[in-house]
Design a binder for this molecule. Structure first.
Ligand SMILES: Nc1nc2c(c(=O)[nH]1)N[C@H]1C(S)=C(S)[C@@H](COP(=O)(O)OP(=O)(O)OC[C@H]3O[C@@H](n4cnc5c(=O)[nH]c(N)nc54)[C@H](O)[C@@H]3O)O[C@H]1N2
Ligand SMILES: Nc1nc2c(c(=O)[nH]1)N[C@H]1C(S)=C(S)[C@@H](COP(=O)(O)OP(=O)(O)OC[C@H]3O[C@@H](n4cnc5c(=O)[nH]c(N)nc54)[C@H](O)[C@@H]3O)O[C@H]1N2
Ligand SMILES: [Mo]
Length: 775
């Protein structure tokens, strides 16, 4: 099936990247961040008088083929919004939290101030007292690495307080440790012919596990590809505590208790081995540690797994058989593997299943994607212990290095978020005095225990925020605010396990791009470490640095950014069954890029790091583990499943999105609501020993009565009169992360319990906010 089955009107949808249509200039483009998302869909931008007037999906856009999410369709409202800030602003650090203390300044003044502060603070405390707080993969994946290392000379860039690095990093590491490379479900996204590629077959079964791809489109994976597969006949198995649209279409829907996925994975492995449904040939030739895996899995017979997970034993057995006997079969996994303390062991179990059934790097299985990851390559370029001037760069001094063996192994480029908090609070192992936030809003969303973070961050000497509007974090902590350009205002690039595509500016404003901010600072502070004149030169350098496993560059030295713009989509070379062809290892031998050269069910790297080398299950806090707490806080609380309208803490200021989704939602069954005297639409007080927040009750009959599900990322941009003080924009009214701790990560420092808290609920009678966006 072609990706876009409808005929395309060639008059309206052209191949050029720019043309005129009446009074509109039309740009065939890639829409990425800002505002945030992970994808970078193909769009047409209609522009008149330096203003975006309309956006449309591009049916020729190879990634999404004309399909767009509702946030993208609201792009015109987003980019032209009155809350956008276009001029830099500064504030006296003594007046943090005072909205009246901001002073508008020019870019030159902003950069002068930055340089003055950098020289003063870094001169006093050393370069490593500088740290960048980044967010999830937006337009800052290389920029924050470059700014920290080559420009500022500090090894410290990190997720802005995402405890336990608990997004994607754990799953990526599971892939690296067990299989040597990242793996992803194959939807023909890596080959130019798409589903028409001669080798491609759609999976007979696709397992959707800990994710909800049509809403999240996470990490370069376009969720509607699964819908394409379904139209071609693929059957689904969905593993989720809450019934999703995909769950409702599935052949097997397994309603699991949050945080018990490790037991289910071992239960499936047990059935598959006990019933001899595994791929003998693949296991014998290409894997390591099968006997130990079998012994571990034998501890998880279906009845025991049923008790742990809440899924009936016969369903566990039947679904395991279905996955193992389907040829090929894939698994698309998601965030929730990273969001309970022992998620690492569960993710190992999930990855082990791909190898056990011989579904690795085969068409329609879980493919190895060692290519095309611009952000990864760029980060390697900056954090590969060398700076751009070719000098050895000491990353071993980054925060977390002393504490976490994984950091010492050099697998993890970033500093550890919990170590950053510790450094801010104690000055150990050294003080952090200069923070730069690039695409995170930790007070509203990324960080756990935000009140604690607020106190810690206010201890620094200087705090810079780059964003396109005022956020709670900037309002409470920033001394310098640098307004960033949105996607339509910048030159950029996007690639992540799919074709590389160019982003072209279509309008100009006084906001600066993330790229330009890094380069402008670099040119002033460290010209030698900043050899690129502009973003285009930078991107060309990044592209030239992309190499295959053997170190061969993909893009010739004369390849220019305009070449990319002309082509719009470039597929880097991709082959199936690379492990057979010697394409995965730097020595050119067949096999995987692991210590044994095989896919390791028993991970020698995990063992060397002091972790459990096999897939494992360890109970999260529950009745047995903590009976006293359970008496007072009897409900399981899971947080943060994605909604169509918002990307994390963004989009709350859009009238169109709030019309669909005006308030934060906490979902529970009718039975649970009745038990606590709550009705649908009531504000609910959700509490645990760490804090309390308010969200509105939505009845969801598909959940377990023991579990409630609360949304994350909430603040109220409409409360513009309530910015000063310690609760800017009402950020602490509904931010669920006040119930989640920092420094409660899993073994090895990975994963954190955003998904597995305990709480109590009651009807909230003294909270009556109104939504009246008078803008
Ligand atoms: N619209 C939108 N899209 C986004 C984002 C956003 O904020 N908004 N955020 C982006 C980011 S950074 C990420 S990491 C991704 C995440 O996106 P996904 O990986 O898809 O993860 P979630 O949407 O958080 O959760 C997916 C499903 O997991 C279920 N779930 C909850 N707990 C458990 C559990 O313990 N076990 C199992 N098996 N399932 C569980 C939830 O009910 C939910 O349906 O989305 C990205 N895309
Ligand atoms: N309770 C709970 N908390 C969670 C989660 C959960 O599931 N439950 N999910 C967690 C996960 S997986 C993640 S990844 C984090 C995400 O957390 P973050 O990535 O920190 O997301 P935001 O809080 O929305 O902050 C991003 C900020 O960057 C700005 N921005 C957007 N695009 C750009 C850009 O291109 N450049 C710059 N400079 N700024 C930009 C936005 O306006 C916004 O203010 O949240 C985590 N928080
Ligand atoms: Mo994430």
């Amino acid at each position: 099936m072609p990706r876009c089955p409808r005929p395309i009107n060639e008059e309206l949808y052209r191949d050029e990247w720019i043309w005129q249509e009446g009074e509109y200039t039309v740009y065939r483009n890639c829409q990425y961040t800002a505002p945030g998302c992970h994808n970078g869909c193909g769009v047409l931008h209609y522009v008149k008088d330096n203003k975006l007037v309309k956006i449309e999906g591009d049916p020729k856009g190879a990634l999404s083929n004309g399909r767009l999410c509702m946030r993208c369709l609201a792009m015109e409202e987003m980019v032209n919004h009155p809350f956008r800030i276009y001029n830099p602003m500064k504030r006296d650090p003594a007046k943090r939290g005072d909205d009246d203390a901001w002073e508008v300044i020019t870019w030159d003044e902003a950069y002068d101030l930055y340089v003055e502060k950098a020289e003063e603070i870094l001169g006093k405390y050393g370069k490593k007292s500088f740290c960048i707080l980044g967010g999830t993969g937006r337009n800052t994946t290389w920029q924050f690495a470059a700014l920290a290392t080559t420009v500022m000379g500090s090894p410290n860039y990190t997720f802005g307080f995402l405890s336990g690095n608990s997004c994607y990093v754990p799953r990526m590491n599971v892939c690296f440790w067990m299989g040597g490379d990242v793996m992803v479900a194959d939807c023909a996204q890596c080959v130019e012919e798409g589903y028409d590629h001669p080798d491609y077959v759609n999976p007979e079964v696709c397992v959707i596990w800990c994710c909800n791809p049509i809403v999240s489109n996470a990490d370069g994976f376009f969720g509607h590809w699964i819908v394409d597969l379904m139209r071609m006949g693929t059957k689904l198995i969905v593993i989720d505590p809450r019934l999703t649209w995909m769950g409702a279409q599935a052949e097997y829907y397994l309603q699991i208790k949050p945080g018990t996925d490790g037991a289910l994975a071992l239960g499936w492995i047990n059935v598959i081995i006990a019933e001899d449904l595994y791929d003998h040939d693949f296991v014998e030739k290409w894997t390591y540690g099968f006997d130990q895996l079998a012994a571990r899995a034998a501890e998880y017979p279906p009845e025991r797994v049923a008790e742990i997970t809440g899924i009936p034993a016969d369903l566990i057995v039947a679904s395991a058989r279905r996955y193992a006997t389907a040829k090929p079969a894939s698994v698309q996994w998601g965030l929730k593997f990273d969001q309970f303390k022992n998620g690492f062991g569960a993710a190992m179990g999930c990855a082990a299943l791909w190898a056990l059934t011989g579904n690795i790097d085969v068409p329609g299985g879980n493919i190895v994607v060692n290519t095309g990851f611009i952000s990864g390559d760029a980060r390697r370029m900056f954090s590969g212990m060398k700076n751009t001037a070719g000098e050895e760069f000491d990353m071993t001094e980054r925060l977390g290095q002393d504490e976490f063996v994984v950091e010492q192994m050099g697998l993890e480029p970033q500093a550890h978020p919990d170590s950053l908090l510790k450094a801010l609070e104690t000055g150990e192992p050294y003080p952090i005095k200069f923070l730069f936030e690039q695409s995170s809003n930790f007070l509203a969303n990324m960080g756990a225990d935000p009140q604690r973070l607020l106190a810690a961050v206010r201890t620094v000497d200087f705090f810079v925020v780059t964003d396109y509007y005022m956020t709670p974090t900037a309002a409470a902590c920033a001394d310098l605010f640098l307004p960033i350009a949105m996607s339509i205002e910048r030159t950029g690039c996007r690639s992540m396990f799919n074709p590389t595509r160019a982003i072209s500016p279509v309008v100009t404003t006084n906001a600066h791009t993330d790229e330009d901010i890094v380069l402008d600072i670099g040119h002033r502070l460290n010209p030698e470490g900043t050899p690129w004149a502009n973003a285009t030169e930078f991107w060309e350098d990044v592209l030239h640095n992309i190499r295959d496993q053997a170190g061969k560059p993909y893009y010739p030295p004369d390849f220019t950014f305009d070449d990319l713009r002309e082509k719009m989509y470039i597929w880097e070379p991709f082959e199936y069954r690379k492990y057979e062809k010697g394409l995965l290892r730097s020595d050119g031998q067949p096999g995987f890029s692991t210590p044994t050269g095989r896919f390791e069910f028993y991970s020698l790297t995990a063992e060397a790091a002091g972790g459990d080398p096999l897939p494992h299950y360890v109970p999260e806090p529950n009745k047995t583990a903590d009976p006293e707490a359970f008496e007072e806080y009897p409900l399981y609380l899971t947080t943060g499943r994605r909604s169509w309208e918002f990307f994390h803490s963004e989009h709350r200021h859009l009238k169109s999105m709030r019309e669909f989704h005006p308030w934060p939602r906490v979902e529970m069954t009718q039975e649970t609501a009745d038990k606590y005297g709550i009705q649908e639409g009531d504000w609910v007080l959700i509490e645990n020993p760490r804090g309390s927040v308010r969200e509105k009750c939505v009845i969801n009959p598909s959940m377990h009565p023991d579990t409630i599900m609360a949304e994350h990322g909430w603040w109220y941009p409409e409360r513009r009169d309530d910015i000063s003080g310690d609760n800017p924009f009402g950020v602490f009214d509904s931010n669920i992360n006040q119930l989640v701790p920092m420094e409660d990560y899993g073994p090895l420092g990975y994963c954190a319990p955003y998904d597995t808290q305990m709480c109590r609920i009651s009807k909230c009678t003294d909270y009556h906010p109104t939504y009246d966006p008078g803008y």
